[in-house]
Design a protein around this ligand. Structure first.
Ligand code: NDP
Length: 378
């Protein structure tokens, strides 16, 4: 392999290793990521893409379901299926393989997919978020391209990035992601004048046209990075991109092949989005549960706080009553003591008085006796 080839196989294998580990970790937390893919009709290319998605999901341990609906499926049936999948907890990502048969309304189907399960990032709300530079899910093909640039440490900041193609699924979101990384972006389309000159000024050239070998050697600057998003089937059944690979690869610093380039990355990025969706929905459920339980928890906390404060008040009242009682008892005790001491004093006084009286009487008797003996002697 030439050393300037940006191999989708090699880069997606490295990303898938990480995704496999992430799936295992999610499962350990009780999160089982699930992807549903809907395909309507018999388009062989679409069938190949859908089978690839199923195989890749299985290889990473992601649960997947494929809904193969007949060509004559009615719009209402398709919408009912999407609604049912939206409600299922075991399905985190929903993808409807495009294009749908002509009698079906693609826009209505995309709008019906729950925006949190929109792993293709086609829902208008998710497209808006990409425009705001705050993507919920990254659009798979442009995200795959960005992953390839990142893998090879290709600098985007300040570089002239030319995107040929302005479709809603590739060109426009591709331009937004390059702009988010500070690239100076030019978007070209079928009405662009001086296309060759603009392409030749590109440091990073992304071709998403859908025309085999559209980007020729003379449209590419030497040393440019060339990303070929196109997948075209030639008359002999072979696949080729929008870039004349054999000639351009001699000029480019890096170039993606077809097959084995961006296409492989697209499926890998779909799996990355499915894991993100599973994680997101799991966290949302936890938050919803918390919100539901919040009023109950608040009441519980209030009751606990009131009980605690009542207990404290009772304890305080009991302590203060006991203190008061103790003081009263001490006062009574002191009064009784004082009374007893007064009684003792009175008793002592009475005793002294009686003693004095007795003494007086003895004196009286003594005096009387003396008088009597005096009288007898005289
Ligand atoms: P569309 O047909 O939706 O868009 C093609 C774009 O190319 C349009 O914007 C169109 O311009 C522009 N264009 C057509 N002719 C010219 C021209 N002569 N000069 C300049 N611009 C031109 O295709 P998609 O974006 O859906 O896909 C583009 C290619 O990428 C296809 O080959 C498709 O198979 C492939 N693809 C690959 C994927 C992958 O995983 N690798 C995923 C999706 C697509 P205007 O708007 O003026 O008509």
């Amino acid at each position: 392999m030439k050393d300037n080839i940006l191999s989708g196989k090699e880069i997606s294998a490295a990303v898938k290793e990480k995704l496999k580990l992430k799936t295992e970790n999610l499962k350990k937390q009780g999160i089982n990521p699930g992807l549903a893919v809907i395909i309507v009709g018999e388009d062989p290319a679409s069938k190949v893409y859908v089978n690839n998605k199923k195989k890749t999901a299985e290889s990473l341990g992601i649960y997947s379901e494929i809904y193969e609906l007949p060509e004559n499926t009615e719009q209402s049936e398709l919408l009912k299926l999407v609604e049912a999948l939206n409600k299922r907890d075991d399905i985190n990502g929903i993808l409807c393989q495009l294009p749908l048969p002509k009698h079906l309304n693609e826009k209505e189907v995309i709008n019906k997919i729950d925006k949190n399960k929109d792993v293709d990032a086609f829902h208008p709300e998710n497209v808006g978020k990409i425009m705001l530079g705050e993507p919920l899910f990254l659009p798979c093909t442009p995200a795959g391209v960005m992953e390839m640039l990142k893998y090879k440490n290709i600098n985007i900041q300040g570089k002239h990035c030319v995107v040929v193609g302005r479709s809603n699924i590739v060109g426009k979101p591709m331009a937004m992601l390059l702009l988010k990384e500070n690239g100076t972006v030019t978007v070209c389309h079928s009405k662009t004048e001086n296309l060759k000159k603009i392409c030749k000024s590109a440091d990073i050239l992304v071709a998403a046209v859908g025309r085999p070998l559209f980007i020729t050697k003379d449209m590419v600057k030497k040393g440019a990075v060339v990303i070929d998003v196109g997948i075209n089937r030639l008359k002999d059944g072979k696949l080729c991109g929008d870039v004349d690979f054999e000639k351009v690869c001699k000029k480019a610093e890096y170039i993606t092949p077809v097959p084995g380039g961006v296409g492989v990355m697209t499926v890998t990025m779909l799996m990355q989005n499915t894991l993100k969706a599973a994680e997101l929905q799991f966290n949302e459920k936890i938050n919803e549960k918390k919100l539901k339980e919040a009023p109950k928890a608040k009441i519980k906390t209030e009751i606990k706080a009131k009980t605690e404060s009542a207990k404290k008040a009772i304890k305080k009242a009991v302590t203060s009553a006991a203190k008061k009682q103790k003081t009263e008892a001490e006062k009574i005790k002191a009064k009784a003591k004082a009374l007893a001491s007064t009684k003792e004093k009175i008793k002592d006084k009475a005793k002294d008085k009686a003693k004095d009286k007795e003494k007086e009487k003895v004196e009286e008797i003594k005096t009387e006796n003396q008088t009597e003996s005096k009288n007898e002697n005289s």
